[in-house]
Design a protein around this ligand. Structure first.
Ligand code: HH2
Length: 290
């Protein structure tokens, strides 16, 4: 196949570009929060957080996703000033060490704007630009690609009683509405994310992972984040620290179903799993072949 990739699947960043059609990209998770569900409080200093990011890049991360506010179910919101205090030194420190694309995981426009000024490239907004009315303006003004993630409710309420008639159809309708909103606001670099675990039961999460191909006709890169999430524990009985096999299985399946960015904690293991997945899908010999 020599067809040229559609332009909206090549993400233009400040100093580089990300081709989401060439191979599955890995987004390494760096939570600078005391209360994230799986890696909360892991880094006691800016230096430790930067080292962790540099290690993820060495392990094969294509993007580092930096967040300063936990969005796990029931998490308390933090002030923008606290979010900035947590993330800015890490973005600056990582930028001084690496050109890796950085996404900023925030719902706040002021945080996104400051993060981009400090060197971040992509806005990852779990509210899909609905939480802060200024966010669309920041995206339009900076030209940064935006992750539009689906969530029913808010992090405080989302797991109370999630309900859908048809979760795949409803998430697709949501994407269609948000894409139209973005277009109207002058934003054309868009990544779609069904928001695994955000206002969904276990059955909803499984249906979305099965139903990912339904989102492909929208024409935008698909991001999926299953890493260590509760639905894996619900299916396998594994505690958070034991969810790597479930993370790999669900991420590999997401990749086979069309996702092209996988948001993961365990980059090295995921990179190996994706190499074999893609070799099978594309029929290409691995660079390690003899
Ligand atoms: N999941 C989490 C946070 N941000 N962003 C996108 N685009 N997609 C996701 O699935 C997603 C996300 C939750 O996971 P984590 O960052 O590990 O935990 P916490 O929110 O507790 O910091």
């Amino acid at each position: 196949m020599n067809e040229k990739p559609e332009p909206q699947r090549i993400l233009r960043l400040r100093k580089s570009a990300l081709d989401t059609t060439a191979r599955c990209l890995l987004m390494g998770i760096l939570n600078i929060t005391p209360d994230s569900f799986s890696d909360g409080g892991a880094y006691h200093s800016t230096g430790e957080a930067v080292e962790r990011a540099v290690a993820m890049v060495a392990d094969g991360a294509d993007i580092i996703d930096i967040g300063g506010e936990s969005t796990r179910p029931g998490a308390a919101p933090v002030a923008a000033s606290e979010e900035l205090r947590r993330i800015l030194p890490v973005i600056e420190g990582l930028r001084a060490r690496s050109d890796v694309p950085i996404s900023i995981d925030t719902r706040r426009a002021a945080v996104a704007a400051a993060a981009i000024d400090a060197g971040a490239d992509i806005i990852n907004d779990v509210s899909a630009l609905r939480h802060d009315m200024e966010m669309a303006g920041v995206a339009a003004r900076t030209g940064a690609p935006v992750v539009l993630m689906h969530m029913q409710g808010t992090p405080q309420t989302m797991q109370r009683e999630p309900s859908y008639r048809n979760v795949v159809e409803e998430v697709k309708l949501f994407f269609t509405e948000r894409v139209a909103f973005c277009r109207g606001a002058g934003i054309d670099q868009i990544i779609l994310d069904p928001g695994i675990g955000f206002g969904k039961t276990v059955a909803h999460n499984l249906a979305l992972l099965r139903g990912l191909p339904a989102f492909l006709p929208l024409g935008f890169p698909l991001l999926v984040g299953t890493s260590r999430k509760a639905f894996i524990g619900a299916v396998t009985g594994a505690a958070v620290a034991e969810r790597l096999p479930g993370t790999i299985a669900s991420s590999v399946l997401a990749c086979a179903n069309g996702a092209c960015i996988l948001r993961v904690h365990d980059v090295r293991e995921m990179r190996a799993a994706i190499e074999i997945t893609e070799a099978i899908i594309h029929g290409e010999a691995s660079p390690h072949a003899v």
